[in-house]
Design a protein around this ligand. Sequence first.
Ligand code: FAS
Ligand code: PHB
Length: 395
Amino acid sequence: MRTQVAIIGAGPSGLLLGQLLHKAGIDNIIIERQSPDYVLGRIRAGILEQTTVDMLREAGVGPRMDAEGVVHHSIELVFSGVRHAIDVHGLTNGKVVTAYGQTEVTRDLMDARSAAGLTTVYQAADVSVHDFDSEHPKVRYQKDGQNFELECDFIAGCDGFHGICRASVPDGAITEYEKVYPFGWLGVLADVPPVSPHAIVYGNSERGFSLCSMRSLTRSRYYVQCPLTDKAEDWSDQRFWDELRSRLDPDLAERIVTGPTLEKSIAPLRSFVAEPMRFGRMFLAGDAAHIVPPTGAKGLNLAASDVKYLSSAFIEFYAEKSAAGIDTYSQRALARIWKAERFSWWLTTLMHKFPDTGAFGQRMQEAELEYLVNSTAASTVVAENYVGLPLNLGR
Ligand code: FAS
Ligand code: PHB
C-alpha cells in the first residue's frame, strides 16, 4: 500500500490533519489502534479557541459546531468566597471562546472523513514506524491477523502522549521537558443545565481548585482537584456535589443543579514538551509532542495549531515543491506551544492547592487574584492568553 502522508492516530490531531490534507488534494491514510467508539468514549476537552473554530470550519465540519456550540464572552474567577468576571471579549477587541466538546469535534471529523471515503484503519495492532530518516518512510501494522506495510512520503505522529512515534525517535535526537503536578482533576459529566451557561468558572479555595463548565445548555462538566491517590469510585455523586459547592461562592453553590453523573474520571496533570517535533520525514503533532495541565483549556487547541502549521507545510511541499514549511514546522509550532505551556502552568500554580501552599501561600494566591481582577492590564494578559495567541502564519 502507498499514500502521500501516513497519519498515526485518529484523535482530533490526526482527523483534522487528514481532513485539511484531503481538502488540498493530498492523499492520506490514518492508522488507529482503537475502535471509533473507544476514541469517542474518551471525555476530554470542552473549550475551543477562535483559531480552532476557524480551522474546523475550513475543514468542512463547522455546521454542527456553529449550531450547538455555545460562545463565551467572559470567564469567572472565584476566590475568598467571591466571584469576579473577566470580560475576555471586551479586553481582546471582540475575541471569544466556544464551548463544544472534543467528543463532538471528533465525531464531526470522523463523519466527514467517512463521507469523503477516506481510509482509516481502526483497531490496527503492533503499529511501527520505519526509515523516517530516509526519503521512503514506512508504517507497519497488523489488522485482523494480517501484516501490512504502508509506504509514504511523510509520517505524521498524531498518536498522543502514549503513542509510538515519539517513542521511536533515538534517545540522542530528542529532548523532553516535564513537570508532574501533585494532584489530579476529578471530572464529572451530568445531564443538568450548567450553573454558568455563558462563562467558565475557575475556583480557588482553601479546599482546592474547582471548575464549572459545560458541553451544551443541557449537559454540564464539572471538576474538583483531588489527591492522586483517590479513585473515581471513592467519590459518590453526593460527595462530589457537596465538595464542588464548598469550593464556590454561596450564590453559585446555591444555583448548582445536581443530578446523576454520566461519567466520572480522574485525570493526572502534567506539563510536557518534546523538542524538536520533526525527525527526518516524521513529524509530531498534538499530545504526541506536548501536554498541558487542562487549567488553561489549551490541550486540544494546541493540537489544532500544530495541525495548522503542519498541514500548511505539507500543502506548500506538494503544491509549490518548497520545503520551507516543513523545515520551519518544529520551530514555529514550539514558539506557540511554549507560550501556552507557560500560561497553563501559571494558571495551574495560581488556582490549585499544593502540598506546600500553606496559609501564607493561600494568601499570596488570593492577593494575586485580587490584583488581577482589579487591574485592566493584568486581566488583559489573562484574556489574550485564554482566547489563544496569534498563529503568526505569515512569518
Ligand atoms: P489523542 O491522545 O486525543 O489521540 C491520539 C490517538 O492516537 C488516540 O486515538 C490513540 O488511540 C491513538 N494511538 C496511540 N498510540 C497508537 C499507536 N501505537 N498506533 C495507532 N494509534 C495510536 N484538553 C483541553 O483543552 N481541555 C481539557 O479539559 C482536557 N482534558 C483532558 C483529559 C484527559 C484525561 C486527557 C488525557 C487529555 C485532556 N485534554 C484536555 C487534552 C486532550 O484534549 C488533548 O489535547 C487532545 O486529545 C489531543 O489530541 P491528539 O493530539 O489527537 O491526541
Ligand atoms: C472542559 O469543559 O472540559 C474544560 C473547560 C475549561 C478548562 C478545562 C476543561 O480549562
